[in-house]
Design a protein around this ligand. Sequence first.
Ligand code: NAD
Length: 362
Amino acid sequence: MGYKVTLIPGDGIGPEISQATKMVLEATGVSFEWETALAGAEVMDRYGTPLPDAVLESIRKNRVALKGPITTPVGSGFRSVNVALRKELNLYACVRPCKTYPGVRSRYQDIDLVIIRENTEDLYAGVEFEQGQEDTLKLIQFIGQTKGVKIGEDSGISIKNISIKATERIVHYAFRYAREHNRRKVTIIHKANILKYSDGLFLKVGRQVAEQYPDIEVEDRIVDNICMQLVQKPHLYDVLVLPNLYGDIISDLGAGLVGGLGVAPGANIGDGVAVFEPTHGSAPKYKGMNKVNPMAMMLSGVMMLRYLKEQEVADRLEKAIAAVIREGKRVTYDLLPDLDMNKAASTIEVAEAVIEAMSSTG
Ligand code: NAD
C-alpha cells in the first residue's frame, strides 16, 4: 500500500506539470495511491462551483495533497480557490524555499532562503467593502466619527486584521521550522513604524515568541527595507516570517532571486494536513503547449516526500532535478541561457530527463 495523496491537477498549465510531476514521483520507487480531485475554472460548468466539496473531503481524508495552479479570474466576483482551500483546511503556514541550483539563470549564486508566510488573515482575509455600498458608507461615517479621519465617500475599503493567536502560531511555526531544518536565524518582517496596531502587534508578539527559542537568532526588518536588502545582500538572510500580503509579494521576489517561478516550490501547511504546490500560477497563455517548466511542482513534490519522512528519496529526486538544471541540455525555455526556443525541452522531456538522472545517480 502506498501513500494516499489527493492530486489536484488544477487548470491552465496545471494538468501538464502535474502529469510530469506524477511521472517523476512514481519513478522514485515510493508507491502512491493518487486520488484525483478536480477544481478550478474548468469544472465550474459541471459542478457549479470551482471548489467542489469532494476536493475538500478528499484532502481531509488523505491529509496530504499535491496541487497544480488554479486560475482566479480578475474582477469576476469569483473568489480564489487557492485562498478558499487555505481557509477551509486552515492551512495557516505557507512555506516557500528559495534556493539557487547551479546552472540556473540568476544574478546570484548560493542563495538558500525560506519564506514563511502567514496564510489566514491580513489583507487577504477577504474583508472588503465595495465602493458605493450602504455598509461601506456606514463604515466611512463610523471612521469619521471615531477617528476623525475623513475618507472620501467614493472609496472602497479592505481590512487588514492581525491577531495575537495567528501571529503566535506562524512565528512558532517559523522557529520550529528553523530548528528542524538546522537554520540559524529568523527575520520578522513588518511595517510596524506605520501600521502600529496590526504590524506593530505582529512584531511585538513575534519577539515574545522568539524568546522561547534562544538557540535561534532573531531580528526584524521593515518590509521596504527587506526588499532592498534581499536584492543587495540576500546571503545575510535565512528564514523570513511575514504577514500574508508581504509574504505573497516577497515570495515572488525570492523566486526572482533564484532563477524564476519555474524553480520555486511551495507548501501550505496546517495541523496534520498539507497541500504542496508551486509558487507560480496557471500561466493560461501556455496552456496545453507542453512547454512550461514542471520543476517548481516537482520540487514541491520533493517537499512532500520530506513531509512524508521519505528523506533519502527526497534527496535523490532533488539531486536529479539539480543535475538536469546543471547539465542545461534538457531544460524548458525559461532556464536556457540564450532563450533560444529551438533548444528548449518540453515539459514531458524534462520529466524524462529527471527520471534518467535519478537512475544514473541513485
Ligand atoms: P503566473 O505565475 O501564472 O505566470 C506569470 C508568468 O510566469 C507566465 O506568463 C510565465 O511567463 C511565467 N511562468 C509561470 N509559471 C511558469 C512555469 N512553470 N514555467 C515557465 N514559466 C512560468 O502568474 P499570473 O499570470 O499572474 O497568474 C495567472 C493565473 O494564476 C491567475 O488567475 C492567478 O490568480 C493564478 N494564480 C494561481 C496560483 C495558485 O494556484 N496557487 C498562484 C498564483 C497565481
